[in-house]
Design a binder for this molecule. Structure first.
Ligand SMILES: Cc1cc2nc3c(=O)[nH]c(=O)nc-3n(C[C@H](O)[C@H](O)[C@H](O)COP(=O)(O)O)c2cc1C
Length: 212
């Protein structure tokens, strides 16, 4: 086990109080953007987008729609993980256009899988597709949390917000998106008492089952 990684994961915590005067550098932000884009997704379809909000007024306006949690106001940036409104056959085709262009794979080879996905998505209920997309957003959040820890960025994963109000304020429906998760990122305030608290976990022995 690489103990350095474990130390980093112990260092991270759901930050309750950010130092509003400390801002993430472009370099750090770029790491988060790349990490988001590199997240593994089911079929590689990436049915996600991420908003990166630094505008102080917008962050302030989000606070009442976030159960008054001050993290969205005080964090350097607020990342909002969004899912697509719907997955159309064109959306799937665009993915295969990218595969063809990136890997120079002939379309004949890709077509059976492309057709399978177009058919399979056309047979799913909209709610099933939404749930599938939401699962991908959680995966991206997990990836971002780990990357944040590795590069010394503080973060607070948040489900405690009103997605409909966010969508309205940020005009997400106009661009075919729906908010799913919020991740304020930045630097912890020196007096955030939560940073000193011991981790509460069930214990490796309890959560891991080995079948030898
Ligand atoms: C999906 C998800 C949603 C969460 N929502 C909130 C939230 O709205 N506000 C908050 O302060 N913490 C939130 N948390 C933080 C958890 O309470 C926290 O991660 C958990 O208690 C473990 O503590 P640690 O992350 O500090 O180790 C959320 C965590 C996850 C993974």
């Amino acid at each position: 086990m690489n103990s350095e990684i474990i130390e980093k994961l112990k260092w991270r915590y759901a930050t309750k109080k950010f130092d509003a005067s400390k801002k993430l550098s472009e370099e750090k932000l770029n790491i988060l953007k790349e990490a988001f884009n590199l997240t593994a997704t089911s079929y590689g379809l990436q049915p996600l987008k991420m908003l990166v909000i630094s505008d102080p007024e917008t962050k302030e306006q989000l606070m009442p729609f976030s159960m008054d949690q001050p993290q969205v106001r005080d964090a350097s940036h607020v990342l909002v993980l969004c899912i697509e409104d719907k997955i159309t056959p064109e959306y799937i085709t665009q993915h295969f256009d990218r595969v063809e262009a990136s890997r120079k794979t002939s379309r004949n080879i890709l077509e059976p899988f492309e057709d399978f996905l177009v058919t399979s998505f056309s047979e799913k209920l909209p709610e099933e597709i939404s749930l599938w997309m939401i699962n991908q957003a959680y995966l991206a959040m997990g990836n971002l949390l780990t990357v944040c820890a590795l590069v010394d960025i503080d973060a607070c994963p948040m489900e405690g917000f009103d997605p409909e109000k966010y969508d309205e304020l940020l005009q997400l429906r106009k661009i075919g998106l729906r908010s799913v998760l919020v991740l304020p990122v930045g630097y912890r305030a020196h007096d955030d008492e939560f940073s000193e608290m011991k981790k509460v976990r069930r214990g490796v022995e309890e959560v891991v089952i080995e079948i030898d």
